[in-house]
Structure formats: structure tokens, C-alpha cells
Ligand binder design. Sequence first.
Ligand code: ADP
Length: 529
Amino acid sequence: MSKGLVDIRVRQREFLLAISRALTAELDLGDVLRTILQASVEFISGYAGLVVLADPTDHRFRVAAALGIHKEAIESQPALVSGIPYTAGQEQDFLPIIGEEIQALSRLVSVQLDVSQTLLLPMQSGDTLIGMVYVFQDQNFVFTGDAAKLLQSFADQAAIAVKNARLYEQVISEKQRLNAILQQSADGVMILDAALNIEVFNKALSHITGFRASEVLNYHHDDIIKLHNLRTEENLHDAIARGWPEAGSHSLYVEGDIKKPNGDVVTIGATYAPLLNVRDRMINIIANVRDLTRYRQEEQLQKTFISVVSHELKTPVSIIKGYAGTLKRKDANWPRDVMEEYLGVIEEEADQLTDLIDNLLEASRLQAGTFKLNMTDSICLSTLARRTAKKFGTQTDDHTFELDFPEKFPEVMADERRLTQVFNNLVSNAIKYSPSGGVIKIGGTIQDDYVNVSITDPGIGIPAHESHRIFQKFSRLDNDLSRKTEGTGLGLFLTKAIVDAHNGRIWFHGNTDPQAGETGTTFTFSLPK
Ligand code: ADP
């Protein structure tokens, strides 16, 4: 073999080595293309070269790497800067057009570098032309068949590098997209590895559980999701212990309570789905987690509602029926005063029923969003207070009323019927929850742009920690008296809704501890003047 031929072979091997090193070193695409371009240019003792790639995102050919050509020379060709458009699938047809651009460039290059000939190597991926390698050379180089093949193999390597880089980009952007979907999902999502360690914990799940992702990643599932009050037959731990997921098995649903780091308890429902590989081995578990606390509370409320309301409706109805039945008896001739007493009871119970039905209607109007105030000018709160005291005074012998309103108490613009309901609810509570009787005070004060009305009773009081519960729908405090007295837990809920609708405020002070002075409660509401 001649020395010249040996030299060429050695150089060929060096170039191929450099290219395969560049390909495996996971360099960025520009570096790999430059390495290939360099090999191509040097191999034929060229002066300069250029790689042009078809960009499938906007269907334009663009310069991706250059060697031996000044940036300014490329930038002086506007078509090369903005990219040369092509129609998808017809990249091949653009070869001559791009050829023109390149010819122009090569003329420029030739001025700079004295290049006389341009060599074009298409870069193919399957049937698609994904780019071209241009080598600018002088005419002294004589091609052998081998050299042409080798040069084409450089271009093929470049095509592979581009394909790999695009696949990699696609995988990365797909991953980012999935990650974004996962993070933005309104449901809690968690991905576990095969050993049940947490790999992914999205924002919604952080919100539900109170744990930040950084606090739980790589922790075992059971250390973070500690379910109690299990409402399903098993939790993930039990299911895995009995062999879940068996081949072909479906997702697993688990429901129960967890305690947040701040002590709050939330009810969650989690669906675990196994991700199996081709050999049916589990590689991940994907868990979808929902906060069910509100549904459970609603369910509980619904149950309370039914039992409370049926009891509250039944009691007055059975009293009315009892008294009416007694009065109706043919064998009895009731004296006038007894008849009046019984009819009085019937009237009182019917009033109670009406109040209860009114409250229920108001509550459902609130829920349906059809609650509207019927405002009238100049409502006199002291008159309403007097009227309420008079009305309730006839219903109790153990309580007396004391009114304390300054003279010329400002009138307010309000819904009179609704404000009467507020007085009724607060005063009836004051009586109900003061079982030993005593004085109930209703007083008014003026403060800046507001008028305040307070109702003070000497009753059992309300513990301060119940303040967040007291105004909730159907909530009754758990004490002996609540158990003994009738009530729906709607009164304060509606009272607050009415005061809020008037742009007012309502609050209370309660003392339940006789050691700390007299027990009792003061409810105060304030309304804009
Ligand atoms: P209820 O129909 O049970 O009276 P409310 O909404 O009016 O419903 O009141 C809710 C709970 O708040 C009551 O069950 C009672 O435990 C407590 N409560 C309300 N007013 C008073 C008060 N003046 N003194 C003590 N406890 C009260």
C-alpha cells in the first residue's frame, strides 16, 4: 500500500473516531455538528463549511453550524438569517433554491477565502431530508469513490446526531409538559417508586396534606399518608401485603382521615394505579388524591338536618294534635278558661312551627343564592327591641327584660322583617340558654358610623373556643342544656347571614366559669347608621 493511501486511511480513522466520540459525549448539537463539519472540511482539504438544517417547527431551513465563514458573511444573507421556507414533505424540492442562497454565500466566501467549488452532502433521516452539509473547497482536490462515501457517512452521522437531539428535546419537552399538567392539576397527584417511596408530590397534594413536596420526597408513603378512621376495607399497606397489584389488577381506592401538620383533620380519597413494565413488574404507583372533607361534612350536616328537623317539626305538631284532640272530645264540656289555655298552647306551638319553617326557608334561600333584603328607611331598633321583649315576656315567668337605649337612637335603613328575626333568634336563645331565669338586657350604643345592639343573658355562657362553630349551619354546642332544649342550630347561622347582608357585624362574649364572675353571654350586632 502506498504511503499516501496509508495516510488517508489513518486520517479517515481519526475523523471517524472524533465524530463517534462527539456523538457519545452527549455534547450539544451545535458542537457535534461542528465536529462533523470540521472532519468533512479537513478531509477534502477544504477551507470552509456550513450545515443547514430543516426546522420542522416552522418549516424553514436555517444555518446550524459554520466553519471558516465569518458570522457577518452569513448575516449579510437575509434569507439565511430568517430561514428559507419549505413545504412539509417537500424539503427535497428546495435543494436547488437553497443552492442559490448557498451559491451567493459561496461567492462571498470565495472572495474571502478564494473558494472555487461547493460540495453538497444531503443529510437524510429515512426518506426525509433534514439538512445539508456544504463544504467549500478548492478545485485541486481529486475525489475517489471511497472519499465520496466517507464524506457521505459524515453527513449521515450528522443526521443521526440531529435526530437524537430532536428526540431528546421531544422527550424533555414532553416531560416538562407532563410535569406542568401534574403540578397544575386540581387533584392531588403522587407518584411512588416500586419500594413505595415518594417520587412526585404535586402542589394540590401539598395543599391537601399540608406537606411541602421538599419535605416528603424520597420518604416512604406510609410515613406521610397515615390514614385513620379508614372508610374502605384496606389501605395501600394492607393491599400490598395481600399481593396487590396482581397481574391484570386494577386501581385501588382508599378513603380515610389524615392529620395535617397544623392539627387539622382532612378526609381524603386516594386512587392508586400500578404502572407495570412489559414483564408485568410494577415500576411505579400513581396516586390520585381528593380532599373529601367538605362532602363528608355536608353528608354529616344532611344527617343532622334530617334528625333535627324531623324532631323539631314533630314535637309542636304532636302537641297541637294532642291539645286539639282533647278539646274535641265529645264527652267533655271544657270550661272557658281551660279552653283558652289549651288554645293558647296551640297558638304558641303553631307560632313556633312558623318560625321554624321561616328559618328553614331562609336557610335554603341562602344556599340557593336567592336571599334578598327588602330594605326600608328609618327602622327604629329600640322599638323593635321593645316589641321583642314584650312578645317574649308573655312566654316566660322566670325572665324579666331591661331595655337601655339612649334617647334619639339613630334609625337605620334595613329589612324590618329580617331584623325582627334577628331579635327573635337572639332573645329566644337568651331565654333558652338561661335555664335559671334572671334579667335579660337589651341595650343600644352608638359608635362612629355604626349602631350597636347587645343582648345579655345570665345563662350558661359559651366557651370562647366555640366561636368559629357557633354561627355554622345546624351546629349546636354539646352541653346538657342543648341536649334538653329544642333547637335546629339554624338561628345564629341565619342571624349572622342577615347581619352580614346589612353590611353589619355580629360577635359575642361568653363566660362559662362561675369562678370568673357571673356566667352568661352577650351577643352584639352592629349596623351602619
Ligand atoms: P339552636 O336552635 O340550637 O338554638 P342557634 O343557631 O340559635 O341554634 O344556636 C346554636 C348553639 O349556640 C345553640 O345550640 C347553643 O348551644 C349555643 N347558644 C346560642 N345562644 C346561646 C346563648 N345565649 N347562651 C348559651 N349558648 C348559646
